[in-house]
Design a protein around this ligand. Structure first.
Ligand SMILES: [Fe+2]
Length: 237
C-alpha cells in the first residue's frame, strides 16, 4: 500500500512534531501494510519562498533518512509537497522541487471557498501549459463551499486525479456518503491518502479505510484504486 498524502516529516508544518513522533507514525504505517509513504508538507506561497521551504524540507527529510538507515522494517519515504492554490499559479514558473520526488505530479490543495473561474483557469493551465499531472488533495473538504457547482463540475472534467482522505471514510455522516458516491462514479482516477498529521486526532489510518472500502464497495473498486496509483507513479515523466 502507498500512503500518498502525509504530514509525517518532523517539525516542518502542523504535522509530526519531532523525529520520535515521525518514527511512531512510520511504525503505524508499517504495521498496517504500507510500504511507501509520501511526505507532503504544506507549502503556502504567501508565507514562504520555494527555496526556503525546500531547504527546511531537506533538513527534516535528512533526519528521517538517517532514521530509516537504522530501521529497515519501516516503509520507504519519498518527498513532495501539498501546494496550496494561489491566484495566477497556472501562469507562474513552477519549481520541480514542489512536485512529488522524481515525478511531474503536483498535489494541489484547492481553496476552501467558492471556486471561481480563475481557479478553473489556473488548474487547467497547470495541466495544459505547465505539463503537470495534478492530484487534487482531499476533494471532499471543498464540496461544502461550492454552492454554485459550475466551476466544480468543470474542474472535475479536467484530467485530474482525485485524492480523498482515509478518515473521511471512517466516520458516519455526509462526508462519508459523498466520498462513497464519488468513489463509485470516479473509481478509475481516485487515490486514498491518510493525510496523517499525528498519532491521535489525525493518525495514519489508510489500511482501515481500505478495509472499509473493500467491505462496502467491493474488491473491484479497491483494485481500481491500486491501478490508479500504479499508473500515476509508474508513468514516466
Ligand atoms: Fe494535507
Amino acid at each position: 500500500m502507498i500512503d500518498f498524502h502525509t504530514h509525517i516529516l518532523p517539525g516542518i508544518d502542523d504535522g509530526s512534531r519531532d523525529i520520535q513522533m515521525t518514527e511512531q507514525m512510520l511504525e503505524k504505517e508499517a504495521a498496517s501494510g504500507v510500504t511507501i509513504v509520501y511526505a507532503t508538507p504544506h507549502f503556502y506561497a504567501h508565507r514562504t519562498g520555494v527555496s526556503g521551504f525546500l531547504a527546511k524540507r531537506d533538513a527534516s527529510y535528512r533526519k528521517v533518512r538517517e532514521l530509516l538507515e537504522t530501521r529497515e522494517d519501516l516503509p520507504s519515504l519519498r518527498v513532495g509537497a501539498e501546494v496550496y492554490y494561489f491566484r495566477g499559479m497556472g501562469r507562474a514558473e513552477h519549481s520541480p522541487g514542489l512536485c512529488v520526488e522524481g515525478t511531474d505530479i503536483l498535489l494541489l490543495e484547492m481553496p476552501f471557498e467558492q471556486w471561481t473561474e480563475e481557479v478553473y483557469r489556473d488548474t487547467k493551465e497547470l495541466i495544459l501549459k505547465r505539463g503537470l499531472r495534478v492530484v487534487l488533495a482531499h476533494v471532499e473538504r471543498y464540496t461544502g463551499f461550492q454552492k454554485d457547482r459550475d466551476v466544480w463540475d468543470r474542474v472535475m472534467d479536467l484530467p485530474v486525479t482525485i485524492q480523498m482522505n482515509a478518515g473521511s471514510f471512517l466516520k458516519f455522516g455526509m462526508k462519508r456518503h459523498f466520498c462513497r458516491n464519488l468513489l463509485r462514479q470516479e473509481a478509475g482516477r481516485v487515490i486514498i491518502g491518510s493525510d496523517c498529521h499525528n498519532l491521535t486526532s489525525r493518525p495514519p489510518n489508510l489500511a482501515q479505510a481500505m478495509d472499509f472500502i473493500r467491505e462496502k464497495e467491493g474488491d473491484d473498486i479497491v483494485r481500481k484504486i491500486e491501478e490508479t496509483e500504479k499508473r500515476l507513479f509508474c508513468q514516466p515523466m
